[in-house]
Design a binder for this molecule. Structure first.
Ligand SMILES: Nc1ncnc2c1ncn2[C@@H]1O[C@H](COP(=O)(O)OP(=O)(O)O)[C@@H](O)[C@H]1O
Ligand SMILES: [Mg+2]
Length: 395
């Protein structure tokens, strides 16, 4: 286990840290020597923290804006880690750095004594953070994910993404995935998975004394090892499912299932908001058209305004090959998120949808299925290769 990870492409600062500790650090210091510029912050964060360090130091050669972006992602995904910036401290930078979750700024010119003092302080800080976090949150529950799939507009591909994600995750974790159809009026997860549900979410809310055992009775099982809590049969029945009850159901399911995938109706209605409150992750589905991209930006702003900044946001650009005069950098700039997965248009999608077998199951070799599996891999733990050597995937 490395206690300190230094992100730097040059070894000069590593040598100085080691010297500050009389070259006694040995394996406690690891250098991550890739160029973070232009790479996905989530991926870099994962590589920096895969061995559970206490301190991540962003070296003097990491450009300030990149460093702040990484600090924000580290703060969001790995709050127990103390982030240190190695750069010339100025008042203005301090303010921005603090907001990004940086705890320590160290000048690149610091002498050995100061380097050691500041690193010791950062290590102490990490210990306190860890203590606080373990008392605040039950660590066991953090292993369980509530993944809410959302988009501002209908037809974006939420249900395609949600069903493929659930079925793909069930391949890695059979019997540990449940898909909740929270598009209460028109949801058709049941149709997309060719299931004839005996029960729906309405049966769950009608039963007295809502608890986990009761909710489980109303799940429908899919041959791929995934479960679904289907939407009501008629839009009128949907009224019985209040946002509070929907959130309680998701919460109960997440106690048992490792993955709860929630498909939602378009936009930010009360039910979607209730699901957002219990989400550990957001999957935002965007389309290649100006109106959809602008709407998605507004949705991202709403998440910020609601203070829902901790759950990681996974951005899926659907129909990414549409030729409409927009390109990926335009979309990223407008939405303010990096594209994590690009799903092209493919006839395989509606065909599989109509046949009731999501494309990751029915045609896993299809290019579109491979793209959707990239989303699955963001949640299913894939064996890591040596992070020191592997370069992050270029976007
Ligand atoms: N990448 C794609 N290629 C081709 N058709 C797609 C693609 N994504 C979605 N579709 C089709 O578009 C329609 C709307 O998708 P759906 O997932 O139901 O959207 P939403 O749930 O966001 O309203 C469906 O008929 C689906 O088959
Ligand atoms: Mg849908």
């Amino acid at each position: 286990m490395s206690r300190i990870v230094l992100a730097s492409q040059v070894d000069e600062f590593e040598v100085r840290i080691r010297a500050a500790y009389d070259n006694q650090l040995d394996g406690h210091l690891r250098r991550w020597g890739n160029d973070p510029e232009g790479f996905d912050a989530d991926q870099v964060t994962a590589e920096l923290t895969h061995d559970g360090p206490d301190v991540v130091a962003l070296g003097p050669d990491v450009e300030t804006e990149t460093a702040l972006r990484l600090a924000r992602t580290l703060d969001r995904d790995r709050p127990e880690v103390t982030v240190m910036l190695v750069t010339k401290p100025t008042g203005k930078l301090w303010e921005r750095a603090m907001k990004a979750g940086v705890s320590v700024i160290l000048s690149p010119e610091a002498e050995a004594d100061e380097i050691r003092e500041e690193l010791d302080r950062a290590l102490d800080g990490a210990e306190r953070r860890r203590d606080r976090l373990t008392t605040e949150a039950d660590p066991a529950s953090r292993a369980h994910r509530v993944i809410v799939v959302t988009a501002p507009k209908g037809g974006a591909g939420k249900s395609v993404v949600a069903t493929n994600l659930a079925v793909g995750l069930a391949q890695a974790a059979p019997e540990q995935v449940v898909l909740v159809d929270l598009d209460l009026q028109f949801g058709d997860v049941a149709g997309a998975l060719q299931m004839v549900p005996e029960h729906t979410i309405v049966d769950a809310v009608r039963s007295p004394g809502l608890d986990l055992t009761t909710v489980k009775v109303f799940l429908t099982s899919h041959p791929t090892g995934c479960y679904a809590l289907c939407a009501p049969e008629t839009p009128a029945d949907a009224d019985e499912v209040t946002p509070e009850l929907a959130a309680s159901i998701i919460d109960l399911l997440s106690q048992e299932f490792r993955y709860v995938v929630v498909d939602t109706s378009s936009g930010i209605g009360d039910h979607a908001l209730a699901a957002f409150e219990v989400a550990t992750d957001f999957v935002l589905v965007g389309a290649m058209d100006v109106a959809a991209v602008r709407a998605l930006r507004k949705q991202v702003d709403v998440l910020d305004q609601l203070g829902l900044v901790r759950p990681p946001r996974h951005f899926v650009l659907n129909r990414s090959d549409s030729r409409v005069g927009l390109n990926a950098p335009d979309v990223e700039a407008t939405v303010g998120l990096r594209i994590d997965v690009s799903v092209p248009s493919s006839r395989a999608i509606p065909v599989s949808f109509n046949q009731g077998a999501p494309v990751v199951q029915s045609d896993p070799r299809a290019p579109v299925a491979r793209e959707l599996m990239k989303l699955v891999e963001r949640f299913a733990h894939v064996p890591a290769t040596d992070p020191g050597r592997r370069r992050p995937r270029r976007r």
